[in-house]
Structures are given as structure tokens and as C-alpha cells.
Design a protein around this ligand. Sequence first.
Ligand code: MG
Length: 368
Amino acid sequence: MKIERVELYNIKMPLVEPFHPSHGKMEDRDFIIVKMMGEGVVGWGETASQSTPYYVYETTKTCWHIQCDFLIPLLLEKDISDPKELVSWFAPVRGHNMAKTGLEQAVWDLWAKSKGQSMAEMLGGTRDRVDSGVSIGILDDLEHLLKRMTGYLKEGYRRVKIKIKPGYDVEVVKEIRRFFPKVPLMVDANSSYTLNEVDRLRLLDDFNLIMIEQPLGYDDIWEHAKLQKQIKTAICLDESITTPEHARWALEWESCRIINVKAARVGGLTQAVRIHDLCQERRIPVWCGGLLESGIGRAHNVALASLPNFSLPGDISASNRYFQRDIVIQPFELNADGTISVPRGIGIGVDVDEPFLNSLVIRHETFH
Ligand code: MG
């Protein structure tokens, strides 16, 4: 298959409320949608970048640069016989996984549509619904946090994750457990601790948490292995796992007992499936993280999360958790049983609301 045309849309979408992980507050989403055309079919992908380099080093501007100047020229000169080939085509560009992912997803969608299959079928998905969890950012007012949790649990979410940082951790979890002793609960530190704080992290062992996500350095695997030996709670790695090789090292060193798989962080769906398969072989559960994606990225995430070893609820919430209006005509909704249905239509299985997408554009570029 020849790619005939690629369009990039840098868009800005307002969030229903600011989202606050330990590395800074996000007021809106500034990211890139990819539209790709080949042999009369249209494919869509999402580069779930942020305007700041605080989660990964990439920003929406670096993604735009890498896509326009390096990745798209590579795509336009090739004949695709399998979307998995993109991993090696893009390999000369070191890192820049988010930039790669938006384009790779669009190729997968295009490919699935040309074969008349859904994305879930293409990737090897086995479920028609995926368990949905919700992530709550840092909220200074504890009463507000408990109220938000009550609301999400009433909506049906199957597990709650809260963001923590030093000074906003043990007491907050203790208070949550006082009100919700049995709710499936986990915490995400986004690399805000060091090994010197092991005593503080060990206190979290008392609260029956499913896992603690990425407590130490964003690029660390070694010290997490040291920490895992000193705490009972399972460590889950997120930021540190950017390739299947990193996942293998983490498993060999026993740096974690769970991995959060985000296609955007690992350079695309092919690499995400490889990490899933590696973990499955070694009986390590994975779950699908989120980066506040629009309905396009969300559709790719839901398809990925339908694979069998995604055995823990993911951060795949309904569209209305983050956006008043989504850019797809069929926004993702939470079923009464706390699941999200995997789209059955061909490709990503949702239609893009192009007039609305166009109304959000801050920069647009077309390549032939
Ligand atoms: Mg995380």
C-alpha cells in the first residue's frame, strides 16, 4: 500500500477541568491528529503529546518537527506490506516515540480498513469490553477528592488511581481508605520520589494498594529493583519503559511486577503489542495507560486493551471524563458494569467529526 497523502492537525481541546499530576497542571490538551490517505481509504492516528516536556522529553512542537522533517518523508516514499515494518523504517530516528505513534496508528487504521477488519481484530484482541478505571489528579482539598471519588464510583469505574507526590501521599491514602476500605485503589507518583524516601513509601504497604506506579526516576530501572525488594506493594513501571528491551530488562531485574503499556510512550501499537506478549510469556500483567487522548487515540487504546494480558483495569475512561465534546461522532461511554465497549466497526470503528476537528485547529499541514 502506498501512502498518498498525510495531513497533520495541531489542535487544542479544552479539558472539563484542569488535570494535575505531580509534574505540573494541564489546563487544556495541545496535541496532533494525523489523517492519512492511501488507495481511497482514510486512516486516523493521534500523537498524544503535551505542550510541555514534563512527562516525556517530547513536546507537541518537537513532534511536529520530527514528523514533518523526518518521519513523513520516510512514509511517502515506501510501499507498505505490513504496518509492523514501520518500527524498522522509523528506527534511524532515535527516540521521539510520540511523534512516531501518531503516524503508526494512522497506518494501522488505514491497513485495518483496507482489510475490512476492526483494529482490535488486527491487533489480536480477544474481548469485546475492557475494564475501565479513572485517574484523579492532585487535589488540594481532600473533601473535594473524596467527593470526586464517590461520583466516579457511582458512575461505575472499576478502580481509582490517585496521583501522589512527597507530602501528598500517606495521609491522603489513609483518608481514602477510611471512607473506601475495599475500593480497588492504586497510586501514581510520576517519578517524584528517590530511594532515600523508602521509609515513606513503605508506609503505603498498609493500605492494600493494587500497585504504586513509577515512584523513582523517569528513566530508572535499576533503583526500582532495589526499591521493589524493600516494599510489599507491587511496583508498576510507566515512564521508564520506552521500548520492549526496557521491558525485558525491568522483568529480568525484577524492577516491577506490573507494566503500564501506552502505545504513545513506546513508539506505537506494534511495540505495545510486543511488550504485552513479552509480559504474557512471563506472567506479568499489563494495563493500558492513558494520556488524556481524544476519541481517536482512545479508540486505538481500547483496541489495544482488548488483548488478553491487559488483565487489570486501564486508564481508559469515557470521553466525558476529560472533554465536553469529543472529536469523534461516537464518544466513548462507560457501560453500567464499569467497562468500555470495544468498537466493532472496521479500523478504529469511530467516525471523526471533521467540522469540529477543523474548528479546533491551530496549525495544519498537508504532505503528498
Ligand atoms: Mg503513570
